[in-house]
Design a binder for this molecule. Structure first.
Ligand SMILES: [Zn+2]
Length: 137
């Protein structure tokens, strides 16, 4: 396991990425609301408001404890596993690279249970069947 844990496994152009977003229906995803965006900015030690126009969504997963997983859980999982530094995540969220990632285990921030969750952000996504999309299956 010497390979670095990258945020984006498959890089595409901005145009290809926007085509992907336009071609897929994310209406069943849980989208971060403005209150959660503020929590995310705080978590990543960013200026308040810098992410306000961004859109972060996670596929609908309701944990056994009753909590609906959100992108905040995705970020706290990445940070607590120490797989990504906060700076690395900020760069992934606000950088100029577009692409796709494989599904990840996301830990519920309320109870610690783990779930596979898909997600989408303005520049990178783990699509449904993400591995298939990456052409490795
Ligand atoms: Zn839970």
């Amino acid at each position: 396991m010497s390979k670095q844990n990258e945020v984006i496994t498959k890089t595409v152009t901005q145009q290809e990425y926007e085509a992907y977003l336009a071609a897929n229906d994310f209406s069943n995803y849980t989208k971060s609301d403005p209150k959660e965006i503020l929590k995310i900015e705080d978590l990543l030690e960013l200026r308040s408001g810098i992410l306000k126009d961004e859109s972060y969504s996670v596929s609908k997963v309701i944990c056994s404890c009753g909590k609906t997983l959100t992108f905040f859980d995705f970020l706290t999982t990445a940070i607590s596993e120490n797989s990504h530094s906060k700076l690395f995540l900020v760069h992934a969220l606000l950088g100029n690279k577009y692409g796709f990632q494989k599904p990840r285990l996301v830990t519920c921030s309320a109870c610690g249970d783990q779930h596979i969750a898909y997600y989408t952000t303005p520049n990178y996504s783990c699509p449904n069947g993400g591995i298939t999309h990456l052409g490795t299956n």
